[in-house]
Design a protein around this ligand. Structure first.
Ligand code: SF4
Length: 167
């Protein structure tokens, strides 16, 4: 069963604001593909690699990396609004830990193009403990046979599972 639980950075991101959404995504239950948020997310994903960036696969995650002139490796995560930055920070920290496990030191960068916002993310020991706890909780959630019940949160308004949860 342990082998079937593939934790990736995107699931960590979903888990931080809605465990139910993380569970649904992990089971590949497809959200409404025409939902505006899915369309915008797809656009950002497809257009997120300016010159010099590369998408690399690490564990079960795909991440965008760039090597700065200074030699620093930077993992970039692009989001469409600042509302999701807390979770995005957790996502990037998860990537930095995955890289460190493989002997690669990197730092992160959160980008919100529409707001011209760029935030630097550096992994601390405290972050490492927090992410490892979060991953354990997420693993326990994903082992469950059924998802947690829906819970109204502000993110429901922008969620592609809206109809699935609330129709
Ligand atoms: S609609 Fe709300 S409860 Fe349902 S998955 Fe989305 S965020 Fe979670």
């Amino acid at each position: 069963m342990e082998d079937e639980i593939r934790i990736n950075g995107t699931l960590v991101w979903y888990y931080t604001f809605c465990p139910r959404e993380a569970w649904l995504m992990s089971r590949q239950i497809t959200p409404d593909e025409d939902d505006e948020n899915v369309v915008i997310g797809r656009f950002l994903h497809e257009n997120r690699q300016p010159r010099g960036r590369k998408e690399v696969e690490v564990g079960h995650s795909k991440l965008d990396v760039v090597r700065r002139d200074s030699g620093t490796l930077v993992v970039t995560e692009v989001k469409k609004s600042r509302h999701s930055l807390k979770g995005a920070r957790m996502q990037v920290l998860f990537y930095l830990i995955e890289l460190r496990k493989r002997g690669i030191e990197a730092e992160g960068e959160l980008v919100v193009p529409e707001e011209r916002k760029v935030e630097r993310v550096v992994l601390t020991q405290e972050d490492r403990v927090k992410i490892e706890q979060t991953v354990e909780e997420l693993r326990a959630l994903l082992r469950r046979a059924t998802p947690p019940p829906p819970k109204r949160i502000p993110a429901c308004k922008r969620c592609a599972y809206g109809e699935y949860c609330w129709a």
